[in-house]
Each structure stands twice: as structure tokens, then as C-alpha cells.
Design a protein around this ligand. Structure first.
Ligand SMILES: *[C@@H]1O[C@H](CO)[C@@H](O)[C@H](O)[C@H]1NC(C)=O
Ligand SMILES: *[C@@H]1O[C@H](CO)[C@@H](O)[C@H](O)[C@H]1NC(C)=O
Ligand SMILES: *[C@@H]1O[C@H](CO)[C@@H](O)[C@H](O)[C@H]1NC(C)=O
Ligand SMILES: *[C@@H]1O[C@H](CO)[C@@H](O)[C@H](O)[C@H]1NC(C)=O
Ligand SMILES: *[C@@H]1O[C@H](CO)[C@@H](O)[C@H](O)[C@H]1NC(C)=O
Ligand SMILES: *[C@@H]1O[C@H](CO)[C@@H](O)[C@H](O)[C@H]1NC(C)=O
Length: 938
């Protein structure tokens, strides 16, 4: 392989060397440079280039050409002077070494070899140039058309003439080469003189297959910088839109009066190119009259062929248009069936059904009688002919006018009879027999008229009657504007004597009219020169009737007022609304919706006959709206101008009263009583008590009418709540709460005293207690020892016990000796004053003496600590009074200052004193006995 590669390289090198040698063909060719083989175009200019590059001294140079065995020097330099041959169309060369000249190409004969020669003293250098001449062709395009075996062909011929070399011709259709097989291309060449030749190409195609409107010929030639396209228009064919139409026409023949109907059948082939051939084919039999053959009309629109086909012949036949055109794939047929006609009968317009025979009764003297007749069938028109059966003509005054048998004169009795009427259209015929009877002139009777308004099952209705008339009266209604009512005529069957009654009913339904309206009935009758008019007034609808009632009911400890509003209206249900006014004469009030505690229940209206009832029930807590005015309003009804209302006054309820009291209760207990009294609303009562309270509560409630009372009693030991505040809390529904407080007083008994007795005391021997000593007169009756209790208790009880343990009877707060004192009354008495747990004790020694006891005894006063100073003051006062006789005389008998007080205070009291730290100074006084020497009488 490597060897062969080397061999190949060697061959290549050798070949290039050979080429160099070949190029250096001329003598000194390497020093002469020419443009090899220039091409010139006829009629243009070309440069012949030749340069000498060598070092030799050029003495002369020239372009030479061999013609006819001779050498012609065309242009050059000789002896330093430029020359050119006059017949050669060359320019002068530029210099002896630059022989470049311009040549005008005036003919193909300038083609050939030119030698460029440079001469020096001893050598000649030359090089040959081969000039080629091209000739630009002339393009021509033409179209021809021809028919070939019934087919339209077009041929487009494109030629490029007198070109050198020969031109190339191509075809483009819609910018694409014609590849379809229906195109044929025929090329031809023809050599011309002096080396030029002409090329031609013919493109041929059947016109109906080619749809492009132009064909382009493309010519390519070396003298043309780019291909030259030439376009030519060609003819194209367009398929027509084909259809068939038929319409009926009438032809008035000039000579005949009779009109003749014919079908005008149009075979339409529109928009086609070239023209479409049309022919008409019918199914009518051949033996028909020649007259009846389809006739083609002149002067129709382009593409449309019109034929006349008489109806009488072609009715029901098929007609076909056959269209032939190159663009159509074969003959196209469009077929139309012409309608066929029928005439099944003749009917009277007044009769609902189609009968072959009809009976008609006319009245004698009836005017303007016209019996409308109509042929039954689908004929486009028909002729109507009537005759009287027996007379084969119509009687005088009777004629067929239009499509009616018309009695132009008043009907007479002789017009009665059988009439035969025939409708005809060509061969179609139909008849009807009309048996006309003429009733002798009747006796005219006017109707008796009545107009009533009454209530029917579906509401109000107005009935208008025209009874016993001949002929029957006719009714019409006059309704006021806005009244939509449905009239329904009711004709009754005639009476035996021929009189007739007509009744019309106008159903007004349940409609309600807020303004006065009248409904009129208009009665027409031949005997009335002008129509009779009757009217009836429709009563107004009554305004809604409102009834408002109320009752009370208790629910959940509260009194409710239940109000019921019932609105009865006609036809249209009213709407019910509630309002709540301020007071007895308050304003309109407010709408009741959303007020607290109010419930409204509205029921759907019930309809009974014309009346409709709206019902609304309202429930509200009486106490919340006490004394206010409740209104029920009816609205939304056409009769109402304003709102209608009824109202009621809700009862004025007194404000709740809450009272508390306290005091002694049963069996040594105290009680706090909370009383609640109110109207319409109960309260929840409770005692708010200090913690640890252990009393008993009892509740009692009772009511009378709407008054409610509740009593909550709290029973307690006085000792457990002395000084406390007890609060009664009343909670109301919707009204918050209220409370009352009662304070339990703090009681005490500081001492029990003897008031009226002069006493003497001596230091007690019994338990260190003070003992009062008291002398009674032995024989004096009615003596009393008076006690007094000191303290804040509201009541008290005093008991005294003699030394033998027996209780002594007291008169009030006094120990009485009504019959005098005896020896057995002497002794030590222990007396006790008490109020619940508060107590005070007194010891009293009673002595009996026979003489008046003297007051000036020593008085031992045992005072409670707090009273010590007061007693000292009292003693001082007494001394003062003794010295002052005026003051003394007053006190002498009562001997107030002789009172002996035993310092036996109630346990509570002393305890309180002892407990008080700032009262220490009294503590040591607790058992002081203040002794004073006093003299007094009992
Ligand atoms: C060339 O030129 C020289 C001098 O100018 C002249 O003598 C001679 O005759 C010329 N030769 C020709 C052939 O014209
Ligand atoms: C030769 O002459 C032609 C024409 O006069 C000129 O266009 C061209 O430039 C010249 N060439 C040289 C190399 O002088
Ligand atoms: C060109 O030169 C060669 C060699 O010198 C010669 O043989 C030939 O004839 C010349 N051609 C012409 C046309 O003068
Ligand atoms: C002419 O056309 C018909 C049908 O189109 C065909 O049968 C017939 O051979 C054709 N004749 C020639 C000469 O092409
Ligand atoms: C119809 O055409 C016929 C035959 O060409 C001609 O004699 C006749 O006058 C035309 N009629 C009309 C109305 O153009
Ligand atoms: C015509 O009608 C009348 C009464 O209905 C009847 O008496 C008479 O026979 C009818 N005539 C014919 C021809 O039917």
C-alpha cells in the first residue's frame, strides 16, 4: 500500500509538471500574459488582454490574426508608434508592452484565434487567445387552442431564437414544473446561420384538467445573468352550479281568451365556463300533441335554459335537466317532479264539514245572502259554475260572484230548490249540491233583557239574558278598563215557536275592585234601532275587618299577654303588622319585631268563598310592656287607603314591692321575713346570710289574679345573728334584681334594779354577791317592790324565787303584797330579768319591821364598773338636794336615790367590757360597792 501511495504521489507531481510545460507552449510564453479564451457577446464590447513582463527591449508588438492564409496585423506598436487596422474594430493599445485593446463585437465572425506578438532585436514572444462569441436569444411565447376529438386543448409555445449557444427552456405552472401526465412537452431545435440556433418548447394540456390561469416559460442562456421567466395567461374552465326550478305561470293566448297555466321550468347552470349544454327530458308520453311539447324560451339569463310545459300535460310528471360541460364528469341530470293536483269536493264556508250535499235554510226577505264556496283540493285556481238543477241555469238575481253564490235581491220563495255548483280545473272537477229552502218571513219578537249580579261557585258573575227573541239577540259586553273577565256566551236551544234566548255570563271571579265599577251588557236585535244597553254596578269590596282579642297566660313565672289579630278581607289577603305605642295616648309606636320577649306567629290566610282571613298571634311578657298600647294593623289590601288598625291597652302593672322585717318568732326563735308582691311577674327570693348560718328557711307563695306574693321566712336563734345584717335578694325575669337588708339589733340587759324601795345593804355573805336589803312595814297593806330593767331589750320577763325555791307571783314588774306583809314574807328573794339569752339577777333580802323604816341607812351600791362614776355623781346630787329643800320635796316619796343596784350585768355586757382592751380602767371597778348612808321612807 505504501508503495502504491508513493507511486500515486509521483504520478501527480509528474502530471503537474506536464501541465506547466503545456501552459508554457508559446515562445517565451511565460513572459507574455494573456486572458485565455475570453467570451464576447454579440453587440457588446470585449477586452483582449496581453502584457509583456520580460526584460527584453521590445521594438514592436502587435495583435495578429490569420484569415484566408494571410496574417493581418490588427493593432500594435511599430517603431514606438501605436497603430490599428482601420477595418478592425479595435482600440489603440496602451503601450508597446501592454497590448490590451477594446473590441466591439459586431458579428459572429470575430470569433477565432488572435496572436499577441512582442518583438525584440533578436527574439519574438507570442501567445494565442481564442475569442468566443455568444449571441443572446430572442424569447417568444404564444398560446393556441384547438379541439381534438371533442376535447379542448391549449398549447403554449415558448421559443428562444437565434441564440449561441442554444438556450434551455423549462416550464413552471404555479411555480412548479408540470408533472401531471396530461401535460405534454414537445421540444424542437433549428440551427441558424453563422453558428446560431433556435430552441422551442410546446406545452400542451386539455383545458378542463388544468386549473391554473397562467403558464410560465423559463429560458436559461449563458448571456443571461439569471433565467428569464415569461408568463402567459391560459384559459381555464369552471364547473357550473346546476339546479332545476319550476314555477307556475299563466299565459294569455293572444287569440284565445282562455288563460293557460304552464310550468316554467328553469334549468340553471350558473357560473360555469365554457357554456353548459342543457337539454330537457320529460316522462310525458310521446303521442301527446305536438303543441304540448316543451318550448324553449328566448332571451333568458346566461346559463339558464327555460322551458314552458303546459300544466294539463305535465302535471305529475318528472322533468329532468341534463347538463353537459367539460368540467362536469359526464352529463349531469337534475330531476323535478311537477306537482299533481286533485279536487276532492266543494264545501260551503258556513259548514264545518265537507259534504257532497248541503242544506241551507234562508229566510224570506233576507238580504245580502252570500253562500261562500270553496273547492277542496290543491288546485292552484279553479272555475266555479252553479246552476239550479231543474233549470240548468240560475234564477234571476242569483249569480256566482267570486267564489260565492250570491243572492243579489232579497230572498224570495222561488229561490228555494236544489243548486249544483261545480268547481273545475282542467280535467279536475268537483260538485256540491245545495238544497236551499226558504222559510217564510218570521214574526220578529224583541228579547226581554235582564242583567244580574250574583255570587257563583267561583266568585261573582254577571249574567246578561236576552230571552224569547226572534231572531236571537246577540250580546256583547262593555267592561271597564282594567277589568279582566272572561265572558262565556250560553245560547239556549230555541223554543217550539222559534223564539230563542241568549244568556251571557261574565265571571268576575274573586277579583276585588277598590273603586265603583259598572259592567255593561249590549244587546243587539233587529227590532232595536240602536243596541240596548244595561249596566250593573259591581259593589265595592268591603275594607278588611280587623278584630283584636287578648288573654293572659302564665308561663315560666311570668304573665304573658297573648293577642290575636284576625283580619278578614275580600279576595286579597291583608298583611298583619303589630306596633307597640308609648302609653295610653302615645304615638304610632314602633314595629314590634325584635322587641324583647315578643313572639309573633302569622298564619296563612284561609279562604272561604270570597273572604280570606289573615291571622296573627302575638305573645309578649305583660310586665315588660305594661301600660303600653298594642296595635294590630292591616295593610297590603287594595281597598285600604291607609293602614287600618285596632288597638288594646296592655294592663298597667304595679312595680314589684319588696319588704323585709324581723322580730321574734315562734318558740324562742327569731325570724326575718322577706315579702315580695308584684303583678305579672314572679321573683326568685333568697336570703343572703353570713357564712355558717344555720337557721331554717321557709317559702310561701300565693297569687290572686295577676298579683303574686312570695314570703321567704328565715327562722334563727337570736343569739346567732345578733348585730348581723340579713339581706333578701329578689331576682326578676328580665328585670335584674332588688334587695332589702334588715339589721338584727344587738341587745343587752345591763342590770335589774329595784326602784321604789329604800333599801339597806350589807356586804353579802352569800357568794360575795351584793344582796339588797329591804324593809317592809309589817301592817301596811298594798306594798310593792318595783323592778326596773336597764338595757335596750324591747321586752323582758322578771321572775322571783323565794329562798325556799318557790316562785313568787309578780304583778307586772312589781312584787306586790296587797294584804300586808307577814313574817313568812321575810327572807331572801332571787329575781331574774331575762330576754332570750340576755339575763340580769338581783338578790333581795326582805325584812319586816314594825316601825317606819328610816331612809338614812347605809346604802350599799354595787355598781357595774361603768356606772360607778354616775352613782357617785348621783350621791353628790342627793347631798345637794338634801341641803336644798325645794329640790328635795319632789323626790322624797319616790326615793329614787335609794335604789340599790346589784352589779349583775348581763353576761354579754360584762364580757364585752372585759374584752375591750382600752377599757381596762373599768375592770377593777367591776365589783365596787359604793356605800352611802341614806335615809328614806318607803
Ligand atoms: C523608424 O524610425 C527611424 C527614426 O525615427 C527612421 O529612420 C526609420 O525609417 C523608421 N522606420 C520605419 C520602418 O518607419
Ligand atoms: C494595459 O492597458 C490597459 C488599457 O489601456 C490598461 O487598462 C491596463 O491597466 C494596462 N496594464 C498595465 C499593467 O499597465
Ligand atoms: C510564434 O513564435 C514561434 C517561435 O518563435 C513561431 O514558430 C510562430 O510561427 C510564431 N507564431 C506566429 C503567429 O507568429
Ligand atoms: C376520440 O374519443 C373517443 C372517446 O373519447 C375515443 O373512443 C376515440 O378513440 C377517440 N378518437 C381518437 C382519434 O383519439
Ligand atoms: C326566438 O328565437 C327564434 C329563433 O331564433 C326567433 O325567430 C324569435 O324571434 C325569437 N323570439 C324572441 C321573442 O326573441
Ligand atoms: C230539500 O230539503 C227539504 C227540506 O229539508 C226536503 O223536503 C227536500 O226533499 C229536499 N230536496 C232535495 C232535492 O233533497
Amino acid at each position: 500500500m505504501g508503495c502504491s501511495r508513493l507511486l500515486m504521489l509521483g504520478l501527480l507531481l509528474n502530471l503537474s509538471h506536464c501541465t506547466e510545460i503545456l501552459e508554457d507552449d508559446g515562445d517565451g510564453g511565460s513572459e507574455v500574459e494573456v486572458q485565455s479564451d475570453p467570451v464576447a457577446v454579440l453587440g457588446e464590447e470585449v477586452y483582449l488582454r496581453c502584457l509583456y513582463h520580460g526584460n527584453a527591449s521590445i521594438t514592436g508588438s502587435a495583435w495578429k490574426r490569420h484569415r484566408g492564409g494571410r496574417v493581418h496585423r490588427l493593432a500594435g506598436f511599430t517603431n514606438g508608434t501605436a497603430f490599428r487596422r482601420s477595418t478592425a474594430s479595435l482600440s489603440f493599445p496602451a503601450s508597446p508592452t501592454n497590448l490590451t485593446v477594446r473590441m466591439r463585437v459586431s458579428g459572429v465572425d470575430v470569433e477565432g484565434e488572435y496572436v499577441c506578438v512582442f518583438e525584440s532585436q533578436d527574439r519574438e514572444f507570442n501567445k494565442t487567445v481564442n475569442l468566443q462569441v455568444h449571441v443572446r436569444p430572442q424569447t417568444q411565447l404564444s398560446v393556441t387552442a384547438e379541439m381534438d376529438n371533442g376535447t379542448h386543448y391549449q398549447s403554449v409555445r415558448c421559443s428562444a431564437e437565434d441564440g449561441k449557444p442554444r438556450a434551455q427552456i423549462d416550464w413552471l405552472i404555479n411555480n412548479k414544473p408540470p408533472v401531471k401526465d396530461y401535460f405534454s412537452i414537445e421540444r424542437s431545435d433549428s440551427p441558424g446561420r453563422i453558428g446560431v440556433s433556435s430552441a422551442a418548447s410546446i406545452l400542451r394540456f386539455p383545458t378542463h384538467l388544468q386549473d391554473e390561469g397562467s403558464v410560465t416559460c423559463v429560458v436559461r442562456h449563458p448571456t443571461l445573468a439569471s433565467p428569464v421567466s415569461t408568463t402567459v395567461s391560459v384559459e381555464t374552465f369552471v364547473a357550473p352550479r346546476v339546479s332545476v326550478q319550476a314555477e307556475m305561470r299563466q299565459r294569455q293566448e293572444e287569440e284565445e281568451e282562455e288563460e293557460e297555466d304552464y310550468w316554467r321550468v328553469s334549468c340553471v347552470a350558473s357560473g360555469g365556463r365554457p357554456e353548459t349544454l342543457v337539454s330537457l327530458v320529460t316522462t310525458a308520453s310521446d303521442d301527446d300533441d305536438e303543441e304540448e311539447e316543451p318550448r324553449r324560451e328566448n332571451g333568458t339569463d346566461a346559463g339558464t335554459s327555460v322551458y314552458r310545459l303546459p300544466v294539463r300535460t305535465y302535471e305529475g310528471h318528472n322533468v329532468s335537466c341534463v347538463f353537459t360541460q367539460p368540467k362536469l364528469a359526464g352529463p349531469q341530470t337534475r330531476t323535478l317532479q311537477l306537482p299533481s293536483f286533485s279536487l276532492s269536493g266543494v264545501r260551503l264556508l258556513s259548514e264545518p264539514v265537507n259534504e257532497l250535499q248541503a242544506s241551507l235554510e234562508l229566510e224570506e226577505g233576507q238580504r245580502d245572502v252570500s253562500i261562500g264556496l270553496e273547492a277542496v283540493g290543491n288546485v292552484p285556481r279553479y272555475a266555479l259554475f252553479c246552476q239550479k238543477a231543474e233549470a240548468s241555469a240560475l234564477p234571476g238575481g242569483v249569480a256566482v260572484v267570486g267564489s260565492a253564490l250570491t243572492f243579489q235581491a232579497p230572498v224570495g220563495l222561488l229561490h228555494a230548490g236544489l243548486y249544483v255548483c261545480e268547481a273545475s280545473y282542467y280535467r279536475h272537477r268537483a260538485t256540491v249540491q245545495i238544497n236551499i229552502t226558504v222559510r217564510p218571513r218570521p214574526v220578529l219578537l224583541p228579547p226581554s233583557i235582564s242583567l244580574d249580579l250574583r255570587s257563583g261557585p267561583s266568585g261573582r258573575e254577571v249574567q246578561c239574558s236576552a230571552v224569547g227573541a226572534n231572531p236571537a239577540a246577540t250580546l256583547s259586553w262593555g267592561l271597564p278598563e282594567g277589568v279582566a273577565a272572561v265572558p262565556s256566551p250560553r245560547a239556549s236551544s230555541p223554543l217550539p215557536d222559534g223564539r230563542r234566548s241568549v244568556t251571557g255570563v261574565l265571571a268576575l271571579g274573586t277579583a276585588c275592585f277598590p273603586r265603583p265599577l259598572a259592567v255593561g251588557c249590549v244587546i243587539h236585535h233587529p227590532l232595536f234601532p240602536t243596541p240596548e244597553y244595561r249596566s250593573v254596578a259591581i259593589p265595592l269590596c268591603a275594607p278588611p275587618n280587623i278584630s283584636l282579642s287578648s288573654r293572659e297566660e302564665w308561663r315560666g313565672g311570668e304573665e304573658y299577654t297573648v293577642a290575636r289579630c284576625r283580619v278578614v278581607s275580600v279576595a286579597t289577603a291583608a298583611t298583619v303588622t303589630w306596633r307597640l305605642g308609648g302609653g295610653a295616648d302615645g304615638g304610632d309606636g314602633v314595629e314590634i319585631d325584635d322587641l324583647e320577649g315578643v313572639e309573633v306567629r302569622t298564619e296563612e290566610g284561609q279562604r272561604v268563598g270570597l273572604e280570606v282571613t289573615a291571622l296573627s298571634t302575638l305573645r309578649l311578657p305583660t310586665s315588660l310592656y305594661s301600660g303600653r298600647r298594642l296595635s294590630c294593623e292591616a295593610g297590603g289590601h287594595p281597598v285600604l287607603q291607609h293602614q287600618e288598625r285596632q288597638h288594646l291597652l296592655l294592663p298597667s302593672l304595679g312595680a314589684p314591692v319588696l319588704n323585709v322585717s324581723m322580730g321574734p318568732g315562734e318558740s324562742d326563735l327569731w325570724q326575718a321575713v322577706c315579702d315580695y308582691q308584684a303583678e305579672g311577674v314572679e321573683a326568685n327570693l333568697s336570703w343572703v346570710l353570713p357564712a355558717g348560718s344555720r337557721g331554717q328557711q321557709s317559702r310561701r307563695s300565693w297569687s290572686h289574679g295577676r298579683t303574686v306574693r312570695t314570703r321567704l321566712t328565715y327562722r334563727f336563734a337570736l343569739s346567732s345573728h345578733e348585730g348581723d345584717a340579713l339581706t333578701c335578694l329578689a331576682e326578676y325575669r328580665r328585670r335584674g334584681s332588688d334587695k332589702r337588708t334588715v339589721h338584727i339589733p344587738k341587745y343587752y340587759i345591763s342590770s335589774l334594779r329595784v326602784l321604789n324601795h329604800t333599801t339597806r345593804t350589807k356586804a353579802s355573805h352569800s357568794g360575795g354577791r351584793c344582796v339588797l336589803k329591804l324593809s317592809l312595814h309589817k301592817s301596811l297593806p298594798g306594798q310593792r317592790i318595783l323592778f326596773e330593767v336597764e338595757g335596750n331589750v324591747p321586752t323582758h320577763s322578771i321572775t322571783c324565787q323565794s329562798s325556799d325555791g318557790s316562785f313568787v307571783k309578780l304583778e307586772g314588774d312589781a312584787l306586790a303584797f296587797p294584804t300586808g306583809v307577814e313574817g313568812r314574807d321575810e327572807g331572801l328573794y332571787t329575781c331574774l330579768a331575762s330576754f332570750y339569752h340576755h339575763r340580769a339577777e338581783l338578790r333581795l333580802r326582805v325584812e319586816v319591821s314594825s316601825q317606819d323604816p328610816q331612809l338614812a341607812n347605809l346604802v350599799l351600791v354595787c355598781v357595774p364598773s361603768a356606772s360607778a362614776a354616775a352613782v357617785l355623781l348621783a350621791v353628790a346630787l342627793w347631798v345637794f338636794c338634801k341641803l336644798n329643800p325645794g329640790a328635795r320635796s319632789k323626790k322624797q316619796e319616790t326615793s329614787a336615790l335609794t335604789a340599790l343596784v346589784r352589779p349583775l350585768s348581763s353576761p354579754e355586757k360584762s364580757k364585752a367590757l372585759v374584752r375591750r382592751p382600752d377599757s381596762q380602767q373599768y375592770a377593777h371597778l367591776d365589783r365596787y360597792c359604793i356605800v352611802s348612808d341614806v335615809k328614806s321612807t318607803v
